[in-house]
Design a protein around this ligand. Structure first.
Ligand code: RTP
Ligand code: MG
Length: 139
């Protein structure tokens, strides 16, 4: 069993597709074992995306992530990290395979509907960024 951190970004929350995205996780065998709706502060958005601090898109990314509430969840299942990345599709929705979350719900490379951890180390860090051990309900 593996865990990954997922975020439904402000664009998808505003589009009212939280449930549709959750259904995709569930159909793929990923269990939601922690979840919280949250409006990120600047400190939280900058801290979460600190690896991208030097990138040209960092300012826009932080502003976008603060633009409205997000849904943050921990997904658990076999190969959860890779499985979630498959469900998400490519970062740029124009490159995302048909039927992926980004192909269906994202509007641009910035407003691209979802975040998912990209490896075992980042998953661990990102889960701990939002949730304590006592807030994750593994069954
Ligand atoms: P995420 O971290 O949000 O799951 O997305 P990702 O792994 O597919 O992409 P990553 O390279 O980690 O980039 C993080 C987010 O920054 C925005 N971005 N904009 N304008 C650009 O060229 C650009 N490149 C990346 C995207 O919103 C991406 O999700
Ligand atoms: Mg990433």
């Amino acid at each position: 069993m593996e865990r990954t951190l997922s975020i439904i970004k402000p664009d998808a929350v505003a589009k009212n597709v939280i449930g549709e995205i959750y259904t995709r996780f569930e159909r793929a065998g990923l269990k939601i074992v922690a979840a919280r709706m949250k409006h990120l502060s600047r400190e939280e958005a900058e801290g979460f995306y600190a690896v991208h601090r030097e990138r040209p898109f960092f300012k826009d990314l932080v502003a976008f992530m603060m633009s409205g509430p997000v849904m943050v969840q921990v997904l658990e299942g076999e190969d959860a990290i890779a499985r979630n990345r498959e469900l998400m599709g490519a970062t740029d929705p124009q490159q995302a395979a048909p039927g992926t979350i980004r192909a269906d719900f994202a509007t641009s490379i910035d407003a691209n509907a979802v975040h998912g951890s990209d490896g075992a180390d980042t998953a661990k860090e990102e889960i701990a960024f939002f949730f304590g051990d006592d807030e994750i309900y593994s069954r």
